[in-house]
Design a protein around this ligand. Structure first.
Ligand SMILES: Nc1ncnc2c1ncn2[C@@H]1O[C@H](COP(=O)(O)OP(=O)(O)OP(=O)(O)O)[C@@H](O)[C@H]1O
Ligand SMILES: [Mg+2]
Length: 392
């Protein structure tokens, strides 16, 4: 393979736009925390200024910057240097934070501590919705609060797969959309789908084209009230042929990370690679690959690779993202989807084990939970107090 050209400054900046300081609630670029980025061939050095040097969030930010910038094509090595903000830099940060609070209503109610994960593929029918529903259920069963946003406006299937299709979205007093809630073990699902809007019927073909589609997804991102603070993951089930919605998402929510679903077949791998390309054009991080419809194992233990073999691993290699899991073909997935009882929640089965392993990999490594419990210091308050009440 030809050597990769060095990354552009724009791509590095794009990746940094996805790094959120969970306590200050904005990305590190707009917060003025990025002092400098130096690109030297495939090595990138990022210098970050923190409000206070001691916060445990330091490690989190460091890891996020390494993951995000490290996934930019052409980057092999990321160095992060952290310093403490000068009083002038703190003033700038406060001005920005105040401006946001006063003049600019938050664009979205998604808490800064939530990880936003879009599940996409180049091609339809590979199991995006099945993966989204089962992964959401598995994460919730671990005790997490998981939002599920069905961005497949015209072909929604999430409400049925999660067994909430008889429920409709409600509105809060201030006319925000309240997600449908469903308890799973110690955790909670919060589901939003066009299929749960008043008046929508599943078999009614809704013809949405690019612009309208984007407006609908934007509406969901802006107007859903997710509830205070405790959303751990927001999974977004992407429609097939993702370009419009994907680019829209990149613009509206650059912190989104992508999981690319493919089947083991070579052809599927090629289209999936295009989806990964699209993600990167929008500077979204591709956090990993999930292979779906891997070999079917019959009751006698023989393995049948009905849709080929190795597509997930090849795609992962090709796009330079890890293969996070393989979900076997199992009629239980389809049956569970129709019955609204995700197969991943079955007491013991190969499919349930595969989803448990996938969830574990995501939570601990690929898209780790944002840990705030060690960081109780309210930085904004501290900075404000240090600068005095007028600050600016
Ligand atoms: N691992 C699996 N084993 C068996 N059946 C599966 C598996 N994954 C998905 N299916 C079935 O394949 C069909 C397509 O799956 P699904 O709707 O999740 O795909 P999709 O990528 O979301 O499709 P679309 O592009 O139309 O949104 C469904 O009938 C589903 O039940
Ligand atoms: Mg789907």
């Amino acid at each position: 393979m030809a050597p990769m050209p060095p990354p552009s400054a724009e791509a590095v900046r794009g990746a940094l736009l996805g790094v959120i300081d969970p306590e200050l609630g904005d990305n590190v670029v707009d917060l003025g925390m990025v002092r400098a980025t130096t690109i030297d061939g495939s090595r990138v050095e990022v210098e970050i200024a923190l409000t206070t040097a001691g916060c445990p969030l330091r490690a989190q930010l460091m890891k996020d910057i390494k993951l995000r910038v490290g996934s930019v094509p052409g980057v092999d090595d990321v160095k992060v240097r952290m310093g403490e903000m000068t009083p002038d830099e703190k003033k700038g940060l406060m001005a920005r934070a105040r401006w946001k609070i006063r003049d600019n209503a938050p664009e979205t109610d998604i808490p800064p501590t939530a990880r936003v994960v879009a599940i996409a593929s180049g091609k339809g029918g590979v199991g995006k919705s099945s993966i989204t529903a089962n992964l959401a259920a598995t994460l919730a069963a671990r005790g997490l609060t998981v939002g599920v946003l069905d961005a497949d406006i015209g072909g929604y299937s999430i409400p049925r797969m999660l067994g909430v299709e008889s429920e409709k979205l409600a509105a809060s007093e201030d006319k925000k959309i309240l997600p449908i809630e469903k308890k799973v073990g110690a955790g909670l699902l919060k589901v939003v789908s066009m299929g749960a809007m008043q008046g929508a019927e599943e078999d009614e073909a809704i013809m949405w084209r690019g612009f309208m589609l984007n407006r609908a997804v934007q509406h969901f991102l802006e107007d859903v009230r997710w509830g205070a603070g405790d959303l751990d993951y927001l999974l977004i089930d992407m429609p097939p042929g993702t370009s419009d919605v994907q680019m829209g998402l990149a613009r509206m929510l650059p912190r989104t990370e992508m999981l690319i679903v493919t089947t083991p077949a070579l052809a599927a791998q090629k289209v999936a690679a295009r989806a990964a390309d699209m993600a990167r054009k929008g500077y979204l991080r591709v956090a990993g690959v999930i292979e779906n419809m891997s070999a079917f194992t019959c009751e006698h233990g023989a393995s049948y690779p009905l849709f080929g073999e190795g597509g997930g691993a090849r795609l992962a290699e090709q796009i330079g993202a890890p293969l996070l899991g393989s979900i076997p073909i199992d009629p239980a997935v389809a049956l569970g989807g129709d019955a609204g009882a995700p197969a991943a929640l079955a007491a013991s089965s190969t499919v349930a084990e595969a989803f448990a392993a996938l969830a574990e990999r995501i939570v601990t490594d690929a898209i780790p939970l944002v840990e705030m419990k060690d960081c109780t210091a309210r930085l904004l308050d501290q900075v404000e107090a240090a600068l005095g009440p007028t600050g600016a």
